[in-house]
Design a protein around this ligand. Sequence first.
Ligand code: ADP
Length: 588
Amino acid sequence: MLKAVTTSEPLPPRDEGLFAVVGRRRLAGPVVLFGLLTALAALTEGAGLVLLVPMLAALDTGAAATGLTGRMGAALAAVGVPVQLEPLLLLFVLLVTLRAALGMARDLAGLRFEAAAIDGLRHRAWSALVHCDWRTIAALRQTDASSLIISSIDRVGYGVRQLIALFANAATLGSIALAGLAIAPAIVILAGVGGVLVLLAYRGLRRRAGLLGQELGEAYSNVHAALIEGLGALRLIKSFGREQAALEGLDDAFARTRRAEYAFGRDTGLARLAFQGAGAALLALVVWLAVRRWGMGAAAVIPTVALFARALPLLGLVQESWQNWAHARPALVDAVNLVHRTEAAAEHEGGRAQAPVAAIPAHLPPIVVERVTVRHAARAEPALDTVSLDLPPGSITALLGPSGAGKSTLADILCGLIAPDEGELRVGEAPIRGAARRQWRERVAYVQQEPVLFHASLRENLLWGAPAADEAAIAAALRAASADFALALPEGLDTVVGDRGARLSGGERQRIALARGLLRAPDLLILDEVTSALDSANEAAVTDAIRRLKGSLTIVIIGHRGALAELAERRITLAAGRVCDGTFAARG
Ligand code: ADP
């Protein structure tokens, strides 16, 4: 018995860090470079501030070089810088320029880190999706996946920018604190304790930012759903006269995002207001204490004020970036959950060249479906119930039955797109399971009622499934599919087909899709309701094509009672997931 991939059990949400998801190796280089440049830029900032002390002392030529100024003068003299205004000013200019250059290099390294993190995350999410088992993909709400990959990961990018700013500003703050310790240690220790208390006091706000971030994520998801579904349904909206409802749906979705954004903007504004008011009061208190209580001279007070004037806004920025990161973090949690959910249902990719794969016979093997049962999530009745049939090489079989009988599910099994819950698909003697499923899919062409064409030229659309095919092979496939009209177009195969092939008629799209399938030289061709929406001329063209193909590959025609189904020498009728009638003895 084959074990099905379970789609019904939701995985518990996983809160994993960016490094774990993107991969430490990928991020290690950019992080080390960023950390190094951040530390250097911060140190130059601190050194520039410390330099203010001897500079101010040098201005006051009458003052004795005692205490701190004396010690700094001695230190500067030891490295060959005389304590005179001009050399000190020159050193100051050099330090500021160096700091600016290091700051620029640090910001560029930050951008590199952000790109590595976000591209890495998007790559992993997309890769997890395309390698995911079809049943899990089918159970996902498509607009949720697109909203995650497009807007959530963008929000993670914004969050990473905030983290980068947080670290850069915290490092500068640390360096300023070190400089302050050299100038006025008591005040700096006091201010340090105050700073930590301020950051703790804002904890509740950061938690709220996280909740608002989660709400914003859900609101964005609604906007995506309204937009994508609305765009796909424009024709329906117009013909049902539902323009106003469509407009209101999107307006509502946008209004929800605006509400969440506004609430967060208000929190940020209030936090900034409180911070700036309290900061100014603290600065005034420090100046008052320094001058009135501790009797400090201008050479120490002015650098202290400069330290505070620089440190306070930095502390504000650290707080704000932290809050913004907390706001963006739910987007990372969402993205990580999508990655884990889809990776947990990954198809078996490993060992594509292993025994069961190699055992698929090379050309036109017999195909056997043996006692296959498929249950869809949250459905009591199975979509297929112990279905058995075999398709001899080169045969044409019509698969009939009312809607919901299980025809498309059986086609998915025959394609190797889904694995049965019970029973098996065999090609020749090879069971099609695990890695073999993907291998088998490469030998099957599936053409559906609404063919999928890309906004590209006809040639690109045809080569999409068989990139190595040459012009002769393309022409042969077009002729075999009764689609040689393409060669006679003014721009020939360079004709661009428009969105989803909109510049072609339904019948032309269908025949191009058939040619694309044939170009892969498949062993099995599945035609799922391909002519149901076509006029009789186009139906005749497709039927002619299939008649000419007879015997050269195995063909399954789904859901037809017309001319196409007449070509079939075998008919199987399904009802409620069971074979109820067949022109040959079906096992099971
Ligand atoms: P047909 O192609 O004959 O119309 P299907 O194979 O599409 O029938 O569907 C068979 C049964 O399985 C139906 O009852 C359908 O509602 C159900 N079904 C198909 N796909 C899914 C799915 N992804 N999730 C849940 N039920 C499904």
